[in-house]
Design a protein around this ligand. Sequence first.
Ligand code: ASP
Ligand code: MG
Length: 466
Amino acid sequence: MKFGGSSLASASRIKNAARIVQRFSKGNKIVVVASALDDVTDKLLELGETAQRGGSPKAKSLLSKLQYLHSKIGRDVSARGTDKQLVTRISGLNLELERTVEGISHLRELTPRSRDYLLSFGERLSTLTVATALRNSGLKARAFTGAEAGITTDENYGEAKPLTEVSYHQIHQFLEPSLSRKEIPVVTGFIAATVEGSITTLGRGGSDYTASLLGVALEADEIWIWTDVDGLMTADPRIVKDARVLSNVSFGEALELSYFGAKMMHPRALQPAVQKRIPVRIKNSSKPSKEGTLVSVNEGDSSGRVVRAISIIPSVGIVTVSGTGMMGAPGVAAKVFQTLGSNNINVMMISQGSSEAIISCVVSRKDVEKSVRALQLALLGQGYVEKVAAERDACIIAVVGGGMKGTPGVAARIFGAVAQRKINVRMVAQGSSEYNVSFIVPEARGPDAVRAIHQEFNLERPPGKS
Ligand code: ASP
Ligand code: MG
């Protein structure tokens, strides 16, 4: 069971998480994975960046807020403040955090490696608190860091990749003894360590990934992700008021949704589970009796529904490179993507018409200017690219469903529904997995496009009645 930051946002949320574990512990062996408390990772990042500019009052205040937060929650979770050990260990980590920040401001240097070390405090602190809450509800619990649980990674700080074979072996070796003593291991999500033992992180949202790795290594029956929504939905309920929770989705569908949905999952988290076919369940920690969404090998919808869900990614822009000289000139696309890649710009969608005179890339809106400048510098004046242009007002609509594969006419219905609302489609892409069709519309028309498709495919009705 992995608890996300929002499920651990306060002492009472942490106690709620402990009650959930207790409730499901009857007849089950459970391993708990804890994220940092809500927002703490962002705050640590901000702290690191502020400290790097020197020991300013702002850095001091960010630091003491974080220290206070963890001490306060630690005290509140302790049984009437009597849990001396927790309070002492939190103070210890708070002090270590302070030294780390002093180091960063003294050197005015924040490397990927020291940033990971800094970020690790979020999960190290939360895990101690969660373990205490479990003990206070009568369970045996023991805190582990990712490294103590056996997760070893490469040295790609910030986005480290687990060395899976070693890790699986170690996880088994390090956690089984605890489980057979009927203890509940409480493991820090997101953080691990290199072979040499220096702390790494698995990328933002990486606690899901941790849960999935542990689940696979221990051959879990299911991996449960506790979060603050009821599960994966047919659409954002703020946009479509009769959006529904999907009770089942396939791994393929969940993967597409996790790339496209803001709140879903760490995109790599499903990989280990997919390989070992371990079902993943997404559940709401405020409503633990609800079934949530089960992600499994089964093709989600037995009633053969083609479209399952629609998501929207706001705040993007289109960058277009064009020129008649591009036709039949090999290597232009390579140059475009290399330029964007080396400027650290993430490309979210691509299209090139078969005339080859235009390549369009969708990037985050904050990267539009940077992309244009980089592409102009790299490509103009060499005879093939004549123009680099940008369009800032755009959002991506992604339509996802395993049943779209091989079913003719789905795209026609999608674009028909959108056209009926007089929404102009600027750009289209369909991955050859055929699990998703994505297209671009002006940002203000995005919600309407989502509603049109939701209605066209009757997604508000439970499956079986389509
Ligand atoms: N705390 C980390 C983050 O916010 C990892 C996680 O929450 O899964 O990215
Ligand atoms: Mg988080």
